[in-house]
Design a protein around this ligand. Structure first.
Ligand SMILES: O=C(O)CCC(=O)C(=O)O
Length: 259
Protein backbone atom coordinates (compact mmCIF):
# COMPACT_ATOMS: atom_id res chain seq x y z
CA UNK A 1 0.00 0.00 0.00
CA UNK A 2 1.47 3.34 -1.06
CA UNK A 3 0.70 6.50 0.93
CA UNK A 4 1.55 10.08 -0.02
CA UNK A 5 1.74 12.60 2.82
CA UNK A 6 1.27 16.11 1.41
CA UNK A 7 3.01 18.59 3.68
CA UNK A 8 1.63 21.94 2.56
CA UNK A 9 0.56 25.16 4.25
CA UNK A 10 -0.64 28.66 3.46
CA UNK A 11 2.06 30.82 1.97
CA UNK A 12 1.74 34.21 3.76
CA UNK A 13 -1.70 35.66 3.02
CA UNK A 14 -2.34 33.25 0.17
CA UNK A 15 -6.06 33.31 -0.70
CA UNK A 16 -8.00 30.15 0.08
CA UNK A 17 -8.89 29.54 -3.58
CA UNK A 18 -5.22 29.47 -4.51
CA UNK A 19 -4.46 27.05 -1.68
CA UNK A 20 -7.32 24.79 -2.71
CA UNK A 21 -6.03 24.72 -6.28
CA UNK A 22 -2.51 23.99 -5.06
CA UNK A 23 -3.75 21.14 -2.86
CA UNK A 24 -5.91 19.72 -5.63
CA UNK A 25 -3.00 19.74 -8.12
CA UNK A 26 -0.73 18.01 -5.61
CA UNK A 27 -3.38 15.35 -4.93
CA UNK A 28 -3.74 14.73 -8.66
CA UNK A 29 0.02 14.29 -8.98
CA UNK A 30 -0.26 11.28 -6.65
CA UNK A 31 -1.95 8.96 -9.17
CA UNK A 32 -0.76 5.43 -8.37
CA UNK A 33 -0.83 5.98 -4.59
CA UNK A 34 -3.52 4.21 -2.57
CA UNK A 35 -3.90 6.82 0.15
CA UNK A 36 -3.16 10.56 0.06
CA UNK A 37 -3.22 12.72 3.19
CA UNK A 38 -3.31 16.51 3.70
CA UNK A 39 -2.59 18.38 6.98
CA UNK A 40 -4.86 19.99 9.57
CA UNK A 41 -6.65 23.26 8.68
CA UNK A 42 -4.58 23.78 5.56
CA UNK A 43 -7.03 26.34 4.13
CA UNK A 44 -6.35 28.75 7.01
CA UNK A 45 -3.30 27.60 8.99
CA UNK A 46 -3.85 26.02 12.41
CA UNK A 47 -2.87 29.19 14.28
CA UNK A 48 -4.67 31.79 12.13
CA UNK A 49 -7.52 32.00 14.63
CA UNK A 50 -9.14 35.06 13.05
CA UNK A 51 -9.46 33.16 9.77
CA UNK A 52 -11.42 30.25 11.27
CA UNK A 53 -14.79 32.04 11.27
CA UNK A 54 -14.04 33.95 8.06
CA UNK A 55 -13.13 30.82 6.10
CA UNK A 56 -15.48 28.34 7.81
CA UNK A 57 -17.55 26.25 5.40
CA UNK A 58 -20.40 23.79 5.71
CA UNK A 59 -19.24 20.17 5.62
CA UNK A 60 -20.25 19.94 1.96
CA UNK A 61 -18.69 23.28 1.01
CA UNK A 62 -16.08 24.30 -1.59
CA UNK A 63 -13.20 22.32 -0.05
CA UNK A 64 -15.39 19.22 0.17
CA UNK A 65 -16.43 19.59 -3.49
CA UNK A 66 -12.91 20.08 -4.81
CA UNK A 67 -11.40 17.32 -2.70
CA UNK A 68 -14.16 14.87 -3.65
CA UNK A 69 -13.44 15.62 -7.31
CA UNK A 70 -9.66 15.35 -6.75
CA UNK A 71 -10.05 11.92 -5.09
CA UNK A 72 -12.27 10.71 -7.92
CA UNK A 73 -10.07 12.03 -10.73
CA UNK A 74 -6.94 10.56 -9.12
CA UNK A 75 -8.58 7.28 -8.06
CA UNK A 76 -7.18 7.41 -4.52
CA UNK A 77 -8.44 7.29 -0.97
CA UNK A 78 -8.04 10.89 0.13
CA UNK A 79 -7.79 12.02 3.72
CA UNK A 80 -8.31 15.69 2.87
CA UNK A 81 -6.92 16.94 6.19
CA UNK A 82 -9.28 19.14 8.16
CA UNK A 83 -11.39 22.22 7.44
CA UNK A 84 -13.00 24.78 9.73
CA UNK A 85 -16.53 23.41 9.50
CA UNK A 86 -19.54 25.56 10.33
CA UNK A 87 -22.30 23.26 11.57
CA UNK A 88 -25.97 24.04 10.98
CA UNK A 89 -26.29 25.51 14.50
CA UNK A 90 -23.36 27.86 13.80
CA UNK A 91 -20.76 25.98 15.89
CA UNK A 92 -17.32 25.69 14.32
CA UNK A 93 -15.51 22.35 14.32
CA UNK A 94 -12.07 21.24 13.18
CA UNK A 95 -13.34 18.53 10.85
CA UNK A 96 -11.41 15.97 8.83
CA UNK A 97 -12.83 14.58 5.59
CA UNK A 98 -12.02 11.20 4.05
CA UNK A 99 -13.07 10.40 0.48
CA UNK A 100 -13.07 7.10 -1.36
CA UNK A 101 -11.63 6.72 -4.88
CA UNK A 102 -15.18 7.18 -6.18
CA UNK A 103 -15.24 10.70 -4.71
CA UNK A 104 -17.87 9.78 -2.12
CA UNK A 105 -17.38 10.89 1.49
CA UNK A 106 -16.32 7.82 3.47
CA UNK A 107 -16.06 9.54 6.87
CA UNK A 108 -15.71 12.82 8.69
CA UNK A 109 -14.14 13.36 12.10
CA UNK A 110 -14.52 16.37 14.40
CA UNK A 111 -11.33 16.88 16.44
CA UNK A 112 -11.99 15.90 20.04
CA UNK A 113 -9.17 17.67 21.87
CA UNK A 114 -9.08 21.37 21.05
CA UNK A 115 -5.76 23.10 21.45
CA UNK A 116 -5.12 26.45 23.17
CA UNK A 117 -6.24 26.01 26.80
CA UNK A 118 -8.12 29.31 27.28
CA UNK A 119 -7.66 30.73 23.78
CA UNK A 120 -7.59 29.94 20.06
CA UNK A 121 -9.20 26.74 18.91
CA UNK A 122 -10.15 25.76 22.47
CA UNK A 123 -12.58 28.67 22.71
CA UNK A 124 -13.47 29.17 19.05
CA UNK A 125 -14.44 25.63 18.14
CA UNK A 126 -16.66 22.88 19.47
CA UNK A 127 -15.33 19.46 20.45
CA UNK A 128 -16.07 16.29 18.54
CA UNK A 129 -17.45 13.38 20.50
CA UNK A 130 -17.21 10.44 18.09
CA UNK A 131 -14.35 8.02 17.47
CA UNK A 132 -14.06 7.47 13.73
CA UNK A 133 -12.54 4.57 11.82
CA UNK A 134 -12.64 4.00 8.06
CA UNK A 135 -12.41 0.57 6.41
CA UNK A 136 -10.12 0.55 3.36
CA UNK A 137 -9.25 -2.53 1.33
CA UNK A 138 -6.80 -4.43 3.56
CA UNK A 139 -6.66 -2.04 6.51
CA UNK A 140 -8.69 0.23 8.78
CA UNK A 141 -7.84 3.87 9.38
CA UNK A 142 -8.23 5.49 12.79
CA UNK A 143 -8.69 9.26 12.65
CA UNK A 144 -7.13 11.82 15.01
CA UNK A 145 -5.99 15.43 14.61
CA UNK A 146 -2.88 17.23 15.89
CA UNK A 147 -3.28 17.85 19.67
CA UNK A 148 -5.20 14.52 19.87
CA UNK A 149 -1.74 12.95 19.58
CA UNK A 150 -1.16 13.76 23.26
CA UNK A 151 -4.15 11.64 24.38
CA UNK A 152 -3.28 7.93 24.21
CA UNK A 153 -6.75 6.84 25.30
CA UNK A 154 -8.21 8.16 22.04
CA UNK A 155 -5.79 5.99 20.05
CA UNK A 156 -6.49 2.95 22.21
CA UNK A 157 -10.18 3.52 21.55
CA UNK A 158 -9.49 3.60 17.82
CA UNK A 159 -7.49 0.37 18.06
CA UNK A 160 -10.33 -1.26 20.00
CA UNK A 161 -12.59 -0.20 17.12
CA UNK A 162 -10.29 -2.01 14.68
CA UNK A 163 -7.82 0.68 13.56
CA UNK A 164 -4.51 -0.52 12.17
CA UNK A 165 -3.33 2.66 10.49
CA UNK A 166 -3.55 5.81 12.61
CA UNK A 167 -3.73 9.01 10.57
CA UNK A 168 -2.90 12.34 12.20
CA UNK A 169 -3.08 15.54 10.14
CA UNK A 170 -1.56 18.42 12.11
CA UNK A 171 -0.41 22.01 12.31
CA UNK A 172 2.16 21.26 15.02
CA UNK A 173 4.52 24.10 15.93
CA UNK A 174 8.27 23.85 15.45
CA UNK A 175 8.79 24.79 19.11
CA UNK A 176 7.50 21.37 20.24
CA UNK A 177 8.77 19.31 17.31
CA UNK A 178 10.55 16.86 19.63
CA UNK A 179 7.17 15.97 21.20
CA UNK A 180 5.62 15.44 17.76
CA UNK A 181 8.21 12.88 16.70
CA UNK A 182 8.30 11.16 20.07
CA UNK A 183 4.50 10.93 20.37
CA UNK A 184 4.05 9.65 16.80
CA UNK A 185 6.48 6.84 17.57
CA UNK A 186 4.91 6.19 20.98
CA UNK A 187 1.41 5.88 19.51
CA UNK A 188 2.75 3.40 16.94
CA UNK A 189 4.67 1.29 19.49
CA UNK A 190 1.95 1.14 22.14
CA UNK A 191 -0.80 0.34 19.64
CA UNK A 192 1.30 -1.82 17.31
CA UNK A 193 -0.10 0.15 14.41
CA UNK A 194 1.16 2.30 11.57
CA UNK A 195 1.12 6.04 12.27
CA UNK A 196 1.05 8.52 9.41
CA UNK A 197 1.35 12.01 10.88
CA UNK A 198 1.18 14.87 8.38
CA UNK A 199 2.49 18.27 9.46
CA UNK A 200 2.09 21.68 7.84
CA UNK A 201 4.67 23.73 5.98
CA UNK A 202 5.49 27.38 6.55
CA UNK A 203 4.67 29.85 9.30
CA UNK A 204 1.03 30.41 10.25
CA UNK A 205 0.08 33.65 11.99
CA UNK A 206 3.66 34.01 13.22
CA UNK A 207 3.93 30.38 14.41
CA UNK A 208 6.67 28.45 12.57
CA UNK A 209 5.42 24.98 11.75
CA UNK A 210 7.32 21.81 12.56
CA UNK A 211 6.60 20.17 9.22
CA UNK A 212 8.47 16.89 9.69
CA UNK A 213 5.63 14.67 8.54
CA UNK A 214 6.46 11.18 9.67
CA UNK A 215 5.56 7.59 8.86
CA UNK A 216 6.12 5.05 11.63
CA UNK A 217 5.68 1.29 11.38
CA UNK A 218 3.97 -0.96 14.00
CA UNK A 219 7.34 -1.66 15.65
CA UNK A 220 8.02 2.06 16.06
CA UNK A 221 10.60 2.34 13.29
CA UNK A 222 10.55 5.58 11.33
CA UNK A 223 9.97 4.71 7.67
CA UNK A 224 10.27 8.26 6.35
CA UNK A 225 10.38 11.78 7.70
CA UNK A 226 10.02 15.12 5.92
CA UNK A 227 11.88 18.37 6.46
CA UNK A 228 10.28 21.77 7.01
CA UNK A 229 8.99 23.08 3.69
CA UNK A 230 6.36 21.93 1.25
CA UNK A 231 7.11 18.30 0.55
CA UNK A 232 5.49 15.08 -0.57
CA UNK A 233 6.54 12.10 1.53
CA UNK A 234 5.80 8.77 -0.16
CA UNK A 235 5.93 5.53 1.81
CA UNK A 236 5.12 1.91 1.11
CA UNK A 237 3.31 0.09 3.90
CA UNK A 238 2.51 -3.56 4.37
CA UNK A 239 -0.84 -3.70 6.21
CA UNK A 240 -0.17 -7.37 7.12
CA UNK A 241 2.68 -6.20 9.38
CA UNK A 242 0.16 -4.98 11.95
CA UNK A 243 -1.29 -8.43 12.63
CA UNK A 244 2.18 -9.99 12.39
CA UNK A 245 3.60 -7.56 14.98
CA UNK A 246 0.63 -8.09 17.30
CA UNK A 247 1.07 -11.85 17.01
CA UNK A 248 4.86 -11.92 17.48
CA UNK A 249 4.79 -9.57 20.46
CA UNK A 250 1.25 -9.84 21.87
CA UNK A 251 1.46 -7.01 24.42
CA UNK A 252 -2.02 -5.72 23.56
CA UNK A 253 -3.44 -8.98 24.90
CA UNK A 254 -1.83 -8.29 28.30
CA UNK A 255 -3.90 -5.20 28.99
CA UNK A 256 -5.31 -5.12 32.50
CA UNK A 257 -7.30 -1.89 32.43
CA UNK A 258 -9.91 -0.76 29.96
CA UNK A 259 -10.89 -4.08 28.46
O1 LIG B 1 0.12 19.83 21.29
C1 LIG B 1 0.84 20.63 20.68
O2 LIG B 1 1.96 20.91 21.08
C2 LIG B 1 0.38 21.27 19.41
C3 LIG B 1 -1.08 21.08 19.16
C4 LIG B 1 -1.59 21.97 18.08
O3 LIG B 1 -0.89 22.81 17.58
C5 LIG B 1 -2.95 21.80 17.57
O4 LIG B 1 -3.66 20.88 17.97
O5 LIG B 1 -3.35 22.61 16.70
Amino acid sequence: MRASLLQIGPDGDEPVDSLRDRASSLVQEQAGADLVILPELWTTGAFAFERFAAEAEPLRGPTYELMAESARKTGVWLHAGSIPERAEDGTLYNTSLVFGPDGELAASYRKMHRFGFDRGEAVLMGAGTELVTVALPGTTLGLATCYDLRFPELFRGLVDAGAELLVVPAGWPERRRAHWTLLAQARAVENQAYVLAVGSAGTHAGVPQAGHSIAVDPWGAVLAEAGHGQQVLTVDLDPARVAATREEFPALKDRVLGR
